[in-house]
Design a protein around this ligand. Sequence first.
Ligand code: FSO
Ligand code: SF4
Length: 530
Amino acid sequence: MFCFQCEQTAGCTGCTGKSGVCGKKESTARLQDQLTGALIGLARATDGNTPSASTHRIMIEGLFATLTNVSFDDEAIEKLISRVHQEKDALIPKCGSCGSPCSRNDDYDCDMLWNAQEDIRSLKSLILFGLRGMAAYAYHAMVLGYQDTQVNEFFYKGLFAVGYDYTMEELLPFVMETGQINLKCMELLDTANTKTYGTPSPKTVSLTMEKGPFIVISGHDLHDLALLLEQTKDTGIQIYTHGEMLPAHAYPKLNAYPHLKGHFGTAWQNQQKEFADIPAPVLFTTNCLMPPKESYQDRVFTTAEVAYPGMAHIDEAGGTKDFSPVIKKALELGGYDKAVTIPGINGGTQVTTGFGHDTVLAAADTVINAVNSGDLKHIFLVGGCDGAKPGRNYYTDFVKQTPADSLILTLACGKFRFNDLDLGTLGGLPRILDMGQCNDAFSAIKVAVALANAFSCDVNELPLTLVLSWYEQKAVCILLTLLSLGIKNIYLGPTLPAFISPNVLEYLVANFNIHPTGDAGEDLKEILGK
Ligand code: FSO
Ligand code: SF4
């Protein structure tokens, strides 16, 4: 196998051998390559043929299933591959019968990508991994009934480029276009979430689990959470969010359910420890699933593209999902017999969320006045993924050292390293403002652009620095979005992606002044010019 798509890749170069660091088996990696190759074949087949709604769906689902920590299930991936082939046959019904095989719609062999010249491989990886991340966002919007033609069409265009013999100069515009289209995709998901569940508003969320049966729900899919809340009302079961589901508490139509009680645990990489002895089932709606330990295997349920061999999977049927196996398990296990508080990493017992673009922009005058009066000297966006590798305490150290006259915007699961810290307030706003899930990078961009307009300057001239942590492919598409907007001076860590070749890195540093993270204190001094 060969896979180097995430930050924890073996030896910072690539997972090879029998399994990856994430627990993905060689056979699964091979099938995910085949699935990717089949999707490139499907993209090729759209040349001169119009993809239908079902073509878009299999494209999005197929890409989503190759994301880190989503599908470990060979059978599920094999099914996806045959669906892609069926879709291609439906798109080009006469292709097999014309008698002169031209191979123009054939599946692509991903080994050609992994063995390509390193700069070509690097740029194509940026496009492919960016598309995978974007597909996850497109999926969440799609299940809420929201799609965008430009976003859908770009999946084919981008994958076609991955399978085509382009030069470095020809590939670079595709890399930037992946970022531009991902901005549209994040906007689409923002619209889907807010139109369906209301505009998020600040919410303090307890880390205490109350007595009685409960279900923990992890991942990013608000639609799954809404279905679960509806099916558990009046059952006596309480619902606790986990990981990237925390921001769900801020949506009025979700927090209207009184049994959406609180939040459980920290970021994804701690799940094997945190889930070991909870008396409740856990439902995974998206990444980041880790191979479940035997101690809690029978309590893990997956849905959508998330799959693990032998784990119970809740399928969609007739436009809905039946979560009764999860409900039954929660009632069987019964929950805690008294309230239990599982504090955050820094000992806090509650966290806040819900500072999306509308909330922050409503406070724009406060922020602008504070900048003008000198009370607010700097805004940091400290956001992105958490992960298991050492070195990620950088982000905690960084946040702890930020001066009292600065604000910290945050998003995604990296925030669990510091979101239970009480850093006080500035101008009536908490100093740590959680904007939401990783896709809520859209909110951060909206706020940055609005501030730049208010100060009549370029975003790069604002007293704003992005300090990002990456782990998986959603972080790749977000990074490409930021670069496509011309945002410079990003601090990126904890290590640089293995798929960035030295020449591509040189290009990124020369054009965007990307800094690899170093020592938190030194980086902070550099940013603040001290
Ligand atoms: Fe995985 Fe975390 Fe949200 Fe990343 S739960 S690691 S950018 O934040 O993506 O999915
Ligand atoms: Fe390795 Fe990451 Fe690929 Fe898993 S997803 S096989 S850890 S590079």
